[in-house]
Design a protein. Structure first.
Length: 135
């Protein structure tokens, strides 16, 4: 794969870009409200954004949603969540979903591995779970 080609998980996001724009044109208020809900739900508060992204990755695996996996793997990488923390969250998803988790969990880890490359040039260190369970 050359540098100008998309990797698989980047391609998932690219493939959804135009259909999402088309839907947004038809139901702008719904998607604007969803965007506000997303922003509020994922903001740093008692749980860090990184911890929330770990929850979201686990839920994305449970729902078997490749678009969700791509989005939250990218956001976890952006939040500088460690690979080990992602793996632990995927372990919980596997616990709760059984066999499907063993299929979608590795997909999510692969997505994280693809997206973390985009953020490795930053000086922000990766974070993992501390004893209190926060990132």
């Amino acid at each position: 794969m050359t540098d100008d080609q998309h990797h698989p998980w980047h391609q998932v996001q690219e493939d959804l870009r135009q259909p999402a724009k088309d839907l947004r044109a038809l139901i702008p208020d719904v998607l604007k409200s969803y965007g506000a809900l997303h922003h509020a739900a994922m903001a740093d508060a008692e749980l860090s954004t990184g911890t929330k992204e770990l929850i979201a990755i686990a839920v994305a695996v449970a729902l078997k949603c490749d678009g969700c996996i791509a989005s939250h793997a990218r956001s976890a990488a952006r939040a500088r969540v460690s690979r080990a923390a992602v793996a632990e969250a995927l372990g919980v998803a596997i616990l709760l979903t059984g066999g499907p988790g063993t299929v979608y969990g590795p997909r999510a880890l692969e997505a994280y591995d693809e997206f973390i490359v985009d953020y490795q040039a930053t000086d922000t260190p990766l974070t993992g779970l501390d004893a209190s369970g926060t990132v």
